[in-house]
Design a protein around this ligand. Sequence first.
Ligand SMILES: C[S@@+](CC[C@H](N)C(=O)[O-])C[C@H]1O[C@@H](n2cnc3c(N)ncnc32)[C@H](O)[C@@H]1O
Length: 212
Amino acid sequence: MTGKIYIIGIGPGSSEYLTKIAIDTVKKSDYTVGSTRAIALFDDVKNKVPFNVKELLNKLEEAVELAIKGYVVSILSTGDPGFSGVLNTVLRISLDKNFPKKNIEVIPGISSLQLAAAKNKIQWDNANVMTFHGRENIEDILKVINNGKTTIALPSRKVKDMAQFLLDNNVDESRKVVVCERLSYPDERIVEATLKDIANSEFTYMCIMILY
Ligand SMILES: C[S@@+](CC[C@H](N)C(=O)[O-])C[C@H]1O[C@@H](n2cnc3c(N)ncnc32)[C@H](O)[C@@H]1O
């Protein structure tokens, strides 16, 4: 008997942004796979399979194998699974292991990018939405940075390095930048400064960068 995989978006971090369907789905799952921080958001979890970043691939493979054995498995993904999330990785593993795509369901979550846009009152369908997370495509930002639209980006490396990269590529040092750090957490920080000042500031890795 083939089981089922739910890939669940858990929102930006605070339980206030969890959807009811996410809570109900975890409740009915045999196993829930996710970071310790993600699993901790849920009160009613049967079998927890926590992982840290280094174990991610192994644990996602384990999740698919559990579903092949017939279990209902929830995989938790920060924000929305389809935006720099685990969706493609789970689909690829499932294909490799012949787990049917029709037994996979995606439950969307509120992306950190959406929350950053909301906090800054940006109509994001008219913005350059970019992710550099875990990728080496940082040059792509140069193609759009001067097209007149606001750019909302998940940085590839440290925010200050990304700012320095832009300065090194002749982006105006007085350009307005807003860094949204740890959105929805009690220590959330939204910092508005010039590109030059951002290049000299420290932030955690959990940031969205908005360039006006
Ligand atoms: C693996 S990506 C996941 C993105 C996620 N799927 C989403 O839709 O928000 C992780 C990156 O998302 C951003 N991020 C996630 N949660 C955040 C938060 N609460 N505040 C600011 N940035 C966040 C950071 O850039 C972080 O490095």
